[in-house]
Design a protein around this ligand. Structure first.
Ligand code: CAO
Length: 471
């Protein structure tokens, strides 16, 4: 038995219609679930639309240059058997579910929903030829699917339109064709000067930039030094024993390059501190029932969100981003806090908006809602955008400290590890105190070490005496 399924354009954010700039498949192709079908581009960014089901592509409804909007049919796929069709419906990526899953709406973003957000369209994720992970009877493949079995059943969380949150006035002007060429050449258009009308970057500008870069030794910018990193070793691991190859999840394929970029392009330093949360824990436990009555659970994380907001108010240059030219600081008057959530498909960072205006119970409810939907792949692209500062809490799992990677274009991220009762000297005797390890990674281009130490200490003081949070 075979049946036909339509693959439609998912949620594309604020845009009514966007052009198709690339068609990546042809009629008659056998396509895999999650394989990219077309690339869409707004004047701000690009995204690839993946297939919500695998099968034979019997009808391609769009071609390059067509304008499409949410819900428009891209292709019709003949699904080989009923069981496959059911599987595809079950995973929530059918037509109805597509709005909140698959490639809807970087970067992290801005694919900033997935770790290591992305504001530049040149860092567009490559999601082509993605194969769904499968399990089989073979021993090797069984072991490959270990730990990811649940992820296979869930729809992938949305992948936002890269760069959607960028200030449009700061984005380089270029036609879709020039943007496409820039992507193929791996050129960041923000570094190219445009000679066209109103500074528009022409194909000649782009080629001139590449030529100049090559002549200056591939340094990227005149006078720069480049990273000049050696190629990773190409190893045939099967020579040493049995292996199984497993595709990375779509979130990991997207967040990986962004994390890598953030790691190599931002000078990270991590400041460690500890907060004495003995009193805070007593308060939290005393109010456990109030939270339960409100249908939620109050973990230490909600107190951390409050304390972070207080620290951002006290140190406003932490609640900021560098301008594109790196010469000024864009300070934010809002307090949107990203929270890293571990999902079966990888890390995503939903954002709690206006955390300064919310109480502990409300924050707890929102955190539970966002993390549940993140794990079910039901977050909307917009819910992973606009963060000012992120918190990555591994406290529920364990560990004493770690060095989180900054979620660009934010300037700092707080890592939280597991609290532990320790003997603390009070000047006369050792007292058992519950200590919470804090790890603040910050962008040293903007934040000095002394400020980072002050910020982390201030944060700890808020947690140590909750009355301060009321001020
Ligand atoms: N110390 C001790 N216990 C802690 C703790 C801490 N710092 N933080 C949480 N806990 C406890 C909670 O109180 C809860 O205990 P009970 O079940 O007894 O109430 C338990 O640990 C589990 O908490 P949780 O993880 O379910 O809830 P949370 O609010 O702390 O975190 C969320 C929510 C979504 C952030 C978390 O589940 C998660 O996904 N964390 C992973 C983030 C991650 O992967 N970061 C790495 C990114 S790489 O930079």
């Amino acid at each position: 038995m075979s049946n036909r399924q339509e693959i439609k354009v998912p949620d594309i954010g604020d845009f009514d219609k966007v052009p198709v700039i690339e068609v990546l498949v042809s009629e008659g192709d056998e396509i895999e679930k999650e394989q990219s079908l077309v690339t869409l581009e707004s004047d701000k960014a690009t995204m690839e639309v993946p297939a919500s089901t695998g099968g034979k592509l019997v009808e391609l409804k769009v071609s390059e240059g067509d304008e499409v909007g949410e819900g428009d049919v891209i292709a019709v796929v003949e699904v080989a058997s009923e069981s496959e069709s059911e599987a595809s419906d079950d995973d929530g990526s059918g037509d109805e579910e597509e709005k909140g899953s698959g490639a809807s709406s970087d970067d992290t973003e801005e694919a900033d929903g997935s770790a290591g957000s992305d504001n530049g369209d040149e860092a567009r994720p490559e999601t082509r030829n993605l194969k769904p992970e499968t399990s089989s009877d073979g021993d090797g493949e069984r072991s490959a699917s270990k730990g990811s079995a649940r992820g296979d059943e869930l729809p992938a969380p949305p992948v936002p339109f890269d760069g959607m949150d960028q200030d449009p006035s700061k984005l380089p002007h270029a036609s879709p064709a020039v943007r496409k060429l820039a992507r193929e050449l791996g050129v960041d258009l923000t570094g190219v000067s445009g000679s066209g009308r109103k500074g528009r970057i022409t194909e000649e500008d782009l080629k001139g930039h590449v030529k100049q870069t090559m002549e200056s030794g591939g340094a990227g910018a005149a006078g720069g030094v480049g990273l000049n990193i050696a190629e990773p070793p190409q190893v045939d691991f099967s020579k040493f024993g049995e292996i199984v190859e497993e595709k990375l999840s779509r979130i990991k394929q997207i967040s990986g390059p962004n994390l890598h970029r953030n790691w190599v392009s931002i000078p990270h330093v991590t400041q460690f501190d500890e907060a004495d949360i003995t009193e805070m824990e007593a308060f939290r436990k005393a109010n456990k029932k109030a939270a339960e009555d409100a249908g939620t659970k109050m973990t230490p994380l909600v107190f951390l969100i409050k304390a972070v907001v207080a620290a951002l108010k006290q140190f406003p240059h932490f609640n900021a981003s560098l301008s594109n030219d790196g010469k000024s600081l864009i300070k934010k008057k809002y307090f949107h806090i990203g929270v890293a959530v571990d999902t079966p498909n990888g890390l995503v960072v939903p954002v709690i908006r206006d955390a300064d205006r919310k109480g502990l119970i409300e924050l707890a409810q929102e955190l539970t809602d966002l993390s549940t939907r993140a794990r079910d792949g039901k977050l909307k692209g917009d819910e992973m955008k606009g963060g000012c500062f992120s918190i990555s809490s591994l406290g529920g799992i364990g560990g004493t400290a770690f060095t989180p990677i900054i979620n660009a274009p934010e300037l700092a991220i707080l890592g939280v590890s597991r609290s532990e009762t320790k003997p603390v000297w009070d000047g006369g005797a050792f007292q058992p105190r519950l200590m919470l390890p804090l790890s603040l990674s910050y962008d040293h281009r903007v934040i000095d070490g002394a400020d980072a130490a002050r910020f982390t200490r201030y944060l700890a003081e808020q947690l140590e005496d909750l009355r301060r949070l009321l001020l």
